[in-house]
Design a protein around this ligand. Structure first.
Ligand SMILES: Nc1ncnc2c1ncn2[C@@H]1O[C@H](COP(=O)(O)OP(=O)(O)OP(=O)(O)O)[C@@H](O)[C@H]1O
Length: 314
């Protein structure tokens, strides 16, 4: 394994009222957020939420219609040596397929004043040393992702912007990238990584920024995401209809399943007390913990662009 040089402090990425329209379509809408150094920040949203567009705007590959985004106080393109400032992987397969991984990296290195030694270091860091001289044409998606990350790390940047880097990786690759991103953040770098998997980000990121239909939905520590869910309690009673009528007098949602009710918005204690007050027997009263993915889906439910509709509800 190669080692990165001494810790450097990553840059703050600051988006302010960022808006990008493509014709009639608003891909990013009035987005304001700050990404800080020293932690992995997950950028989450369903398909089409505007994650890639936002990342393209950060990297100056597209210009916003309104608002601004800066890296370390300046637009990305205004930095004297952007490759040393920000390393990015936007589309893993954007690399010329006729060349070897080493030649691809060497080409980039020589035009930007980076040494050949650094090329070998990053190849080692991403585990591609053995296939470094093979043409990239035969690379698997996981190998492309590794090469993309090697490219991003080439300039030893303070800040990393990675679009869906776990896509196509096997469990070992996912674990590898998780560990790598955390260690880069621990060195004081800024790591901004997009995903559409809340469960994956929960294991990788400390902070999450969640968007839907281009708009900010949440910006909070991962540990707080679960607090966004309302409690769900499974209730079984021989007098379901009566209990449902009582529950409907409260600010709750009652979903009727085959042999039970799923009550959202009231604790199991309160449901138990309500039933006891009216002499309604209960056979079961179980708090059901939503998974992180379910909380994420609930948060973004109204902003799913290409969702399927089940039973009239998304
Ligand atoms: N160049 C473009 N021209 C027209 N529409 C675009 C363009 N780029 C993105 N869009 C639209 O903007 C919206 C946001 O797209 P974007 O790719 O940023 O989302 P995303 O969150 O990265 O989604 P995914 O996870 O599917 O990649 C989508 O509706 C997309 O169709």
């Amino acid at each position: 394994m190669g080692y990165l040089p001494a810790p450097t402090l990553g840059a703050v990425i600051e988006a302010s009222r960022l808006t990008k329209r493509y014709g009639e379509k608003t891909a990013v809408s009035d987005l304001t957020f700050t990404v800080r150094p020293g932690t992995v920040t997950g950028f989450l949203g369903p398909n089409g939420a505007g994650k890639s567009t936002t990342m393209r705007l950060i990297l100056g590959l597209d210009a916003p219609n309104e608002g601004s985004v800066t890296v370390n106080g300046k637009p990305y393109a205004k930095h004297a040596a952007p490759l040393h400032e920000v390393g990015a992987v936007l589309e893993a397969r954007a690399i010329h397929t006729g060349r070897s991984a080493r030649n691809h990296l060497l080409g980039l290195a020589t035009t930007t004043g980076i040494s050949a030694k650094r090329v070998d270091e990053v190849l080692d860091l991403v585990g591609l040393t053995e296939v470094a001289n093979k043409r990239t044409r035969g690379f698997s998606l996981g190998m492309w992702q590794r090469l993309g990350i090697a490219t991003a790390l080439l300039g030893d940047p303070h800040t990393l912007v990675l679009d869906e880097p776990v896509n196509g990786l096997d469990p070992e690759g996912i674990l590898w990238i998780r560990t790598l991103l955390k260690s880069l953040a621990d060195e004081g770098r800024t790591v901004f990584v997009s995903s559409h998997l809340m469960s994956e980000m929960a294991l990788t990121a400390e902070q999450v920024i969640i968007i839907g239909k281009g708009k900010l939905i949440a910006d909070m520590p991962v540990a707080e995401v679960m607090t966004q869910s309302r409690p769900v309690v499974k209730v079984r009673s021989p007098r379901t209809a009566e209990l449902t009528a009582l529950l409907h007098q409260q600010d709750v949602t009652v979903a009727v399943a085959a042999d039970s009710l799923e009550v959202t918005g009231l604790s199991s204690d309160d449901i138990g007390l309500l039933a006891a007050e009216h002499g309604i027997p209960l056979f079961e009263l179980t708090p059901v913990h939503a998974s992180l993915e379910e909380v994420f889906m609930a948060l973004t439910r109204d902003s799913i662009e290409y969702g399927i509709t089940v039973g009239g509800r998304r």
